[in-house]
Design a protein around this ligand. Structure first.
Ligand code: TMP
Length: 211
């Protein structure tokens, strides 16, 4: 059983890496749950829409963080804890580290309050490992533009933030990782998916979670 969270700026390649790892471990016969925040439950998916929409009242940072934590509380209690109890591996796209990076570092909310709110929503559940796909804001914004052009999907409220915001978020991630290197594995997300996957597998083998 392992609870692994993938973190990073938008466009860092979390989704493809999670899918590849899921396919790999499932082939080994390991039960694996893939989930994400904001979202992961039907209630969470509804709040996600409110958080990402661009055509309505903008939540103040205090409201924004509480909405993320509301999603998280429901997700932890109804999806994550039950899956872990059943000994499933859990691969989660974003979790508490996103709140520290986006709301504390990015929106300049108090770090102490963000840590407390994370503790409250998770009731102490912590990832066994955070994998940070570190990417420069320039590359992140460039990849987002390509995605918007190729899919036709509009940018969400966070994707429309200035480069300066994304730089603060990136630093918020790197700072967390530097304070807790045992629980954070930092990868250079400008590498190819194949290279990133090889590095992740090696890390999981080093931790004896895979043979
Ligand atoms: P996604 O596009 O990776 O699904 O996430 C939507 C946005 O939500 C993304 O720009 C990061 C942001 N976010 C926060 O600001 N705080 C959080 O706690 C989480 C989980 C996500």
């Amino acid at each position: 059983m392992a609870f692994i969270v993938f973190e990073g700026l938008d466009g860092s390649g979390k989704t493809s890496l999670i899918q590849k790892l899921k396919d790999y471990v499932t082939h080994l016969g390991i039960v694996c749950t893939v989930t994400r925040e904001p979202g992961g439950t039907s209630l969470g998916d509804e709040i996600r829409k409110i958080l990402l929409r661009t055509n309505a009242e903008v939540p103040v940072p205090e409201c924004e963080i509480l909405l993320y934590e509301a999603i998280r509380a429901q997700h932890v209690a109804t999806v994550l804890k039950p899956a872990l109890k059943k000994q499933s591996w859990v691969l989660c796209d974003r979790f508490t580290g996103s709140t520290i990076a986006f709301q504390a570092a990015g929106r300049s909310l108090s770090l102490t309050e963000a840590v407390w709110l994370n503790e409250f929503a998770t009731r102490g559940l912590k990832p066994d490992l955070n994998i940070l796909l570190d990417l420069s804001p320039e590359l992140s914004l460039g990849r987002q533009k390509i995605r918007i052009q190729t899919t036709g999907l509009a940018a969400d409220r966070f994707e429309l933030e200035k480069q300066e915001f994304h730089e603060k978020v990136r630093q918020g991630y790197l700072h967390q990782a530097s304070l807790d290197p045992k629980n954070w594995f930092v990868l250079d997300a400008s590498k190819s998916l194949e290279e990133l996957f090889t590095l992740v597998l090696q890390e999981l083998k080093n931790r004896k979670w895979l043979n």
